[in-house]
Design a protein. Structure first.
Length: 289
């Protein structure tokens, strides 16, 4: 690819978040509504698109749980397919529920839908009480250690050093700035702030190409490789190619997030991935081959 710059997602690429963010999604809904979705269902929301923000995925999944208490009988796969058909994301989820429920049932669902409480619960579970006090500037009502401490590193030291020596390296993530800093510090990636895009840095989020094309400009790169663990990450690279045709953008999917095995590989390829790797640790050899 003759890449000049490598841009990395964090979740599912640098660190494993199955027992942190994804667990927080399930348990937040359970704590607020006494019911929740299955762990495997999280990926169906991711595949529908528009759920790079795990808070919004939590809200959408909670909306599904509430809808089922008011007569909505479609399986979650059908629900997420309808979300995808409407363009993906939280607004599409809201639209599906409004379309499928009668007016009175819909009002009851949206009346019980408490995004603020879901957000508070999610952050307390993920960060733990001490970090929640520090980062959210609020007093928690749950005394928890925090799932953030249950994020095994995927990125190996040798991979990190080879990437830093051979390429300009940046990060584009849906994490808030403070939570991105925690993961980057754990991974040993000390990147300048101007080489990072977090949730706090641009409104649109992935798969909008702004963050990726901006980093390409800052690096003055001709060819950029973006490594992610969802179809939205690949779509970000594809959208960047369309928005900035003077440069080359390649989306590379890894099988260490929610997309795994042959089915995961097929989903990446269907979205236009330039390559699918078992993990980010195969990236240096792939780029150099």
């Amino acid at each position: 690819m003759n890449a000049d710059a490598v841009v990395l997602d964090i979740d599912g690429v640098l660190v494993d978040v199955e027992d942190s963010y994804r667990r927080a999604i399930l348990e937040s809904i359970e704590r607020v509504y006494d019911r929740t979705i299955r762990k495997a269902d999280v990926q169906q929301f991711k595949d529908a698109g528009g759920f790079n923000n795990d808070w919004e995925l939590t809200y959408a999944a909670a909306l599904y749980v509430l809808a089922t208490t008011e007569g909505y009988r479609a399986p979650i796969a059908e629900f997420t397919d309808e979300i995808a058909a409407e363009g993906g994301g939280l607004e599409a989820a809201e639209s599906v529920v409004r379309e499928e429920l009668r007016a009175n049932a819909g009002r009851r669902v949206f009346g019980r839908w408490d995004r603020e409480r879901l957000h508070e619960t999610f952050q307390q579970l993920y960060l733990g009480a001490d970090l929640y006090r520090a980062l959210e500037d609020d007093e928690p009502d749950l005394e928890t250690a925090g799932f953030v401490h249950d994020e095994p590193l995927i990125l190996e030291d040798g991979t990190r050093e080879r990437l830093l020596e051979g390429y300009d390296v940046g990060v584009v993530t849906g994490r808030p700035k403070a939570e991105a800093e925690i993961a980057l510090e754990r991974a040993g990636l000390e990147l300048p702030l101007e080489h990072r895009f977090t949730m706090d840095d641009w409104e649109e989020g992935k798969p909008h190409p702004h963050a990726l094309t901006t980093l390409a400009e800052r690096f003055d790169a001709e060819t950029v490789v973006f490594v992610g663990d969802t179809v939205d990450d690949v779509r970000t690279a594809v959208n960047a190619s369309e928005a900035d045709p003077d440069r080359e953008y390649h989306g590379v999917g890894v099988l260490t997030g929610g997309l795994t095995g042959e089915k995961g590989r097929e989903k990446y390829e269907a979205e236009g991935a330039s390559a699918v790797l078992e993990s980010v640790n195969e990236l240096p050899e792939y780029l150099e081959s």
